[in-house]
Write a protein that binds this ligand. Structure first.
Ligand SMILES: Nc1ncnc2c1ncn2[C@@H]1O[C@H](COP(=O)(O)OP(=O)(O)OP(=O)(O)O)[C@@H](O)[C@H]1O
Ligand SMILES: [Mg+2]
Length: 840
């Protein structure tokens, strides 16, 4: 492009674009945001808007500023970043308007309520990948929630997935992180430098060290946290004072639920992505957005400390025992807005007068909430903000407009000058009527009218026939077909006064509003404290009301090495059935019965039983009541679940490999205090391969890991394992055959499943009769074969025994006897023939 074609505006654009090269620059020009060059091409494609050209040939695509929000939303949701560039002054003819970027909007740093899910945190994650350990920081700028931890590299991905961040910042050039579906933003290496990051954090929090937050000892964590904060501040172009603290946490301080476990147990999402039919959906009856987010947190990070669990249980119990308190409190809470996000907007100066009214309305309910709380919940009493409420009510009208610069916000009586200015405007109408009357009398023109238009303000209109009577002091402004319009110095003088008053009163209203906002801003930390308490009250009362509604009981949770439940149920499956249709079952896992082999035909309820035990443990450790008549839960440190490939259709092609990788992970990481849920492990391969892998895994678990294990399987051979060790016990889901039908009793009983019933289930499914009959005959003959090579051999100490049939072992023995060193080629051939003959 020729140099001369670059206008000053485009030069300014280029200078600003350089500041945010990765973002689409929304460049404000009058009533539009315009994008230029590649940004224009991209924007027009993504948003489906017209691509045009500026006079000098620069590609251009623009959106009107009043509807920009939805366009920005679409771009940001699509993973793009949008830099907003505003005009910083009123345009003056012949001068380039000063402009600057005021904010960059990215998925991890959005603040707009329309882009946020109110029941979920919106995390920006930052990773500092060290050699031995990695730092992970999570920052939700919409709420000010800021967490940091350090963990091993192989735990990193799993931890990230748990928080489902919207964006991840990394030092540039980091590789080996397999995250495809999350927006990655790179930062310079030096921004992750320890000293630099530490200094950033210290100056932000205004502290000498980070010891007060309990994370002074971290290195990688501090790098990650410093970079996260820096990134957020840079994109928002604000100092983010509402991020008041950073909370270190340790993965090992909560019950670890890894990604496959969260998925298999359908805690917050089904493998298909749906949120209905998950454990969270059963509990999700919170009444405030903060409560909703806290509940999700509780669910994904159950506790490991029995005292803290019991403390939560105590709170739930208070509500459980007092339904009217629960109902009343929930009634009030349901009218409390998202105080965390509201106060964030307050301190970022993004509130309007309506937000302030909401805030006032919420603060006003605090005494009512306090009045309900019994002594046992006095910790959750909320601060007194009645002074603020009064001030808000006194200052701001009941239903103010959305905008804060156009007046209509401040009540009468707040400010004398404002009232006077308003009087001038209000009196304008009267003055006009009066003026009109006077002029009519003076000129004798009865049809004379005073009007107003935006081009030249107030005017006097006189119809054509009356023109001769117009006095000399009238100045002509406009000629219409039937009339002419005039002004007088007096009218103009008055007009100036009115318009000035209007402008001045708007400005004054804005100033009063800002003053109030700034004063409220001082209370943000204490309002947030109250908001956190409200979130807890919400969660406890929700858990209590769910417990009441669905008949849950309070489990004993302690350090004992056992899980005993009577009449336990699956919290989600039971909701899908009619009242009383779900058959409860007992479970006992302790030093005597550590590994349960669960057999039973398809559809009998094996998977349901396994999962319900894991779900009850999670509920118990998050402090909730559980669906069981009675339960004693000894703390579990990790839950592992693996679902055999064929039972999990939602995964990719190489399902068996994935399943084995996950199994390996269990065998390497489970401890004595873990709970293992193994459902049809090994089913994704040939029978013997699968059976032997399953067998060897169980053996390894009993001998080396000693974790509490539930193993559901179709391999009846595995019931033989019971004889291997006293800690292995067989159970099956009872079924009855009645005539040719199968009846599922859904009761877990001692012993291996007597029969497989696969064919009966096939019949249930409506397979053609011929196929069923033929299958039965094949089965009978297969079973005869089977009995010859019984699973007895599996019981032998050498696990290789599984692969050798009768004949192979003899061949093998002969092979072993051959001494290759002494063998001539001819002898070798002879020996080979002999062996082959043996095989028949
Ligand atoms: N305790 C129960 N009470 C009532 N219905 C149940 C119970 N357990 C399971 N069911 C019902 O049976 C269905 C099948 O259960 P589940 O998937 O657990 O069987 P399964 O033994 O694992 O079958 P497969 O061997 O095919 O994997 C469930 O979807 C549920 O509707
Ligand atoms: Mg199953």
């Amino acid at each position: 492009m020729k140099k001369s074609t670059i206008t000053p505006l485009i030069r300014q654009y280029k200078r600003l674009k350089e500041k945010e090269p990765d973002a689409i620059l929304f460049f404000r020009v009058g009533d539009f945001y315009e994008t230029f060059y590649e940004d224009a091409i991209l924007t027009s494609k993504v948003l489906g808007i017209a691509l045009t050209k500026r006079q000098e040939g620069v590609p251009l695509a623009g959106v009107p500023h009043h509807s920009a929000k939805t366009y920005i939303q679409r771009l940001v949701s699509g993973g793009y970043k949008v830099a907003i560039c505003e005009q910083l002054e009123e345009p003056k003819p012949g001068k380039l308007v000063e402009r600057d970027i005021v904010e960059v909007i990215t998925q991890g740093t959005v603040l707009d309520a329309t882009l946020l899910d109110e029941r979920r945190s919106n995390f920006l994650a930052s990773i500092s990948p060290g050699d031995n350990k990695c730092g992970l920081a999570l920052l939700d700028i919409s709420t000010g929630d800021f967490r940091v931890t350090e963990l091993k590299r192989d735990e990193l991905l799993d931890e990230i997935r748990k928080f489902e961040p919207k964006e991840i910042v990394l030092p540039s050039g980091t590789d080996g992180l397999d995250i495809e579906d999350i927006v990655i933003s790179e930062m310079d290496d030096f921004e992750f430098d320890y000293e630099y990051a530490l200094e950033n954090l210290r100056s932000h929090f205004g502290t000498q060290t980070l010891d007060g937050f309990g994370c002074g000892w971290m290195t990688e964590g501090i790098r990650a946290a410093g970079a996260a904060l820096l990134y957020a501040k840079r994109t928002k172009r604000k100092d983010l004072s509402h991020v008041e603290r950073i909370s270190p946490y340790s993965r090992s301080n909560s019950l670890i639920l890894d990604e496959p476990t969260r998925r298999n147990l359908e805690l917050v999402r089904k493998p298909t992505g749906e949120t209905d039919g998950t454990l969270l959906s059963v509990l999700n009856d919170t009444t405030t957005p903060m409560g909703g987010r806290l509940l999700r947190d509780f669910l994904l990070s159950p506790l490991l400390n029995p005292e803290r669990i019991r403390e939560r249980q105590e709170r739930v119990t208070v509500f459980y025992n007092n339904p009217s308190l629960t109902a009343q409190l929930r009634g009030i809470l349901s009218r409390i807005p998202d105080l965390h996000r509201l106060t964030t907007r307050l301190s970022l100066e993004r509130v309007n007068a309506r937000d302030i009214i909401f805030l006032g309305g919420a603060l006003k309910k605090f005494p009512e909430i306090n009045g309900l709380l019994p002594e046992s919940l006095s910790f959750y009493k909320l601060g007194n903000f009645m002074e603020l409420v009064e001030e808000i009510e006194k200052t701001i009208v009941d239903s103010p407009p959305q905008t804060i610069r156009d007046g209509g916000i401040i009540r009468v009586g707040v400010n004398k000058e404002l009232d006077e200015l308003r009087n001038i405007s209000k009196n304008a109408k009267l003055w006009i009527v009066d003026f009109e009357g006077k002029e009519r009398r003076r000129t004798g023109i009865q049809s004379l009218k005073v009007g107003f238009n935006s081009v030249f303000g107030y005017y006097i209109e006189v119809t054509k026939p009356n023109l001769p009577r117009v006095p000399d002091d009238y100045l002509r402004k406009q000629t219409l077909t039937n009339a002419e319009r005039f002004i007088t110095p007096q009218l103009k003088e008055y007009e100036a006064k009115v318009l000035q008053a209007d402008e001045r009163s708007k400005l004054l209203e804005y100033e009063i509003f800002v003053e109030l906002r700034d004063r409220l801003n001082n209370f943000v930390p204490s309002i947030r404290g109250a908001s956190t308490k409200i979130a807890h009250l919400d969660v406890f009362s929700t858990l209590a009301s769910v417990a009441k509604r669905y008949g849950y009981t309070r489990p004993t949770v302690d350090d004992e090495d056992r899980i005993v439940m009577k009449y336990s149920r699956h919290p989600v499956v039971e909701r899908l059935l009619k009242e009383g249709e779900f058959i409860p079952n007992d479970v006992k896992l302790d030093l005597e019965e550590r590994v349960l082999i669960i057999t039973g035909p398809n559809m009998a309820g094996k998977s349901t039983y396994l999962r319900q035990i894991a779900l009850c443990v999670i509920l118990a450790q998050m402090g909730s009541y559980i669906p069981a008549r009675e339960a004693k839960i000894g703390l579990i440190d990790r839950i592992f679940t693996r679902i055999g490939a064929s039972d999990d259709l939602t995964r990719g092609v190489s399902t068996f490999l994935a399943e084995m990788t996950e199994t390996a992970n269990i065998l390497n990481n489970a401890t004595e205090r873990s709970l293992l849920i193994l459902d049809e492990i090994g089913r994704g391969t040939s029978t013997y391969d699968g059976l032997s892998i399953a067998w060897a895994s169980v053996e390894y678990i009993v001998r080396n890991i000693k974790a509490k294990t539930l193993f559901a399987t179709h391999y009846h051979e595995l019931t033989e394992l019971e004889r291997l060790s006293g800690e292995i016990k067989n159970y099956n889901l009872e079924c009855k055959k009645w005539k040719d039908e199968i009846i599922f009793l859904r009761k877990v009983v001692r012993g291996g499943s007597p029969q497989s019933y696969g064919i009966e289930v096939a019949k249930l499914a409506g397979l053609p009769k011929d196929v069923i009959e033929r299958a039965k005959r094949i089965l009978t003959s297969l079973e005869k074969e089977e009995r010859k090579g019984s699973s007895e051999r599996l019981m032998q100490p050498s696990q290789l025994g599984l692969f050798d049939g009768v004949r192979e072992s003899e061949v093998e023995r002969q092979l072993k006897d051959i001494d290759i060193e002494k063998l001539t080629p001819i002898d070798a051939l002879m020996a080979l023939k002999k062996l082959k003959d043996k095989l028949g």
